[in-house]
Design a binder for this molecule. Structure first.
Ligand code: RB5
Length: 366
């Protein structure tokens, strides 16, 4: 396994000892520093280096050491995606994996002896995260992290899900979640959010230079270079996002795909599909406000592929981890753009916390 290890001056000796121990166990060790125990070295500098390697996937796990372990755990847990656990015995180390999915182990060199540090490390490396209630608790943490993150776009899990975090989107999303929001406001806000999402999604469209005459002189400008787009709402709730996207990308063609979820089996049933003739040449955005079980979205993608669609992305207002897993495993090449990654589905297949049934709230049918 690829393990990054880091320490401050106080943890330097233990780091060197654990490096040998890890290599003897057959792991590949990346030393993030510090590189001397003689000079004072601030734990946030080296802790962040190690934690960022884990967060970015460059290392599978991390081990960080300072005098007490406290500075390193505070530091590492500031990095999104890091679950750092300060452990002083083998059983807590094992539980930090099984229950908390700790991807960073923190040790205190002044509180834990060298031999114990080795056996804590071994216990931690040998344990795996458990599912069930522990997974759902961990998801509460990642979901909170995703929703409060201040970056506008967050890429999670293998780059398949792009959570768009623009403050305006997050603000409006909270209003559409509110059960007291009127049908009219829900409708208006969903279109506004879809437009804002389209703005973010289209930020990498290729440009070409053009000449333009201003009232003053000629100037060099830019236009979007021959990109053909298609927006394909999944009926009926997907319709609630189309106008908003077309306000930003007015030349996109619109296809429609009709699927509904059988309330008993929760399986998608497909009843209508009409796509632009040249769908194979277009970048396709399949839109559905709620990515719940992923059954409808995955079926819609399969259907569009069967009719010749090749470059497909999915745009959803709110996604559940179960839906993301389903779409990503059925269609690993499809990017999922969403404004929120919620906690889970309930027994009725609704996203929690979600916003209820988007179709009903959009058309006032409940
Ligand atoms: C360094 O003396 C010490 O403060 C540091 O290693 C760590 O214990 C901080 O939490």
């Amino acid at each position: 396994m690829e393990i990054v290890i880091g320490s401050d001056h106080a943890g330097f000796g233990m780091k060197e000892d654990l490096k040998r121990f890890l290599s003897d166990l057959g792991h590949s060790v990346d030393d993030a520093g510090t590189f001397s125990g003689e000079q004072s070295a601030d734990y946030p500098d080296w802790g962040l280096k190690g934690a960022l390697k884990v967060a970015s996937g460059k290392a599978e796990r991390g081990i960080l050491i300072c005098g007490t372990g406290i500075g390193m755990s505070i530091t590492a847990n500031k990095v999104r995606g890091v679950f750092a656990a300060l452990c002083a015995d083998e059983s807590t180390a094992r539980l930090s994996r099984e229950h908390n999915g700790a991807n960073v182990l923190v040790l205190g060199s002044r509180t834990t002896g060298a031999a114990l540090a080795r056996s804590i490390t071994k216990a931690w490396l040998d344990a795996e995260p458990e599912g069930g209630r522990h997974l759902s608790r961990r998801r509460k943490i990642t979901s909170w992290e995703a929703q409060t993150c201040r970056e506008n776009v967050e890429t999670t899990e293998n780059g398949r899900v792009i959570v768009i975090k623009h403050p305006l989107i997050q603000h409006k999303l909270s209003i559409v979640r509110d059960k007291n929001t009127s049908v009219k406001d829900f409708r208006d806000l969903l279109q506004e959010i879809a437009g804002l999402m389209a703005y973010e999604i289209s930020r990498n469209l290729p440009l070409e230079e053009t000449d333009v005459e201003t009232p003053v002189c000629s100037a060099r400008g830019f236009s979007i270079s021959g990109k053909k787009l298609a927006v394909v709402p999944v009926l009926r709730a997907g319709l609630g996002m189309v106008e908003g996207i077309l306000r930003i990308i007015p030349n996109a063609k619109v296809g429609h795909i009709g699927l509904y979820r059988d309330p008993n089996t929760l399986q998608p049933v497909d009843y209508y599909c009409k796509l632009p003739n040249d769908i194979g040449e277009r970048d396709i955005f399949i839109v559905d406000p709620m990515l719940a079980t992923g059954g409808s979205a995955s079926a819609a993608i399969t259907h569009v592929k069967r009719l010749g669609g090749r470059r497909i992305s999915l745009v959803s207002l709110i996604s559940a981890p179960e839906g993301v897993d389903k779409v990503s495993s059925d269609h690993p090449e499809v990017a999922i753009f969403t404004a929120a990654l919620d906690e889970r589905l309930n027994d009725h297949g609704y996203i929690v916390p979600g916003l209820g049934d988007a179709g009903d709230r959009l058309f006032g049918t409940k």
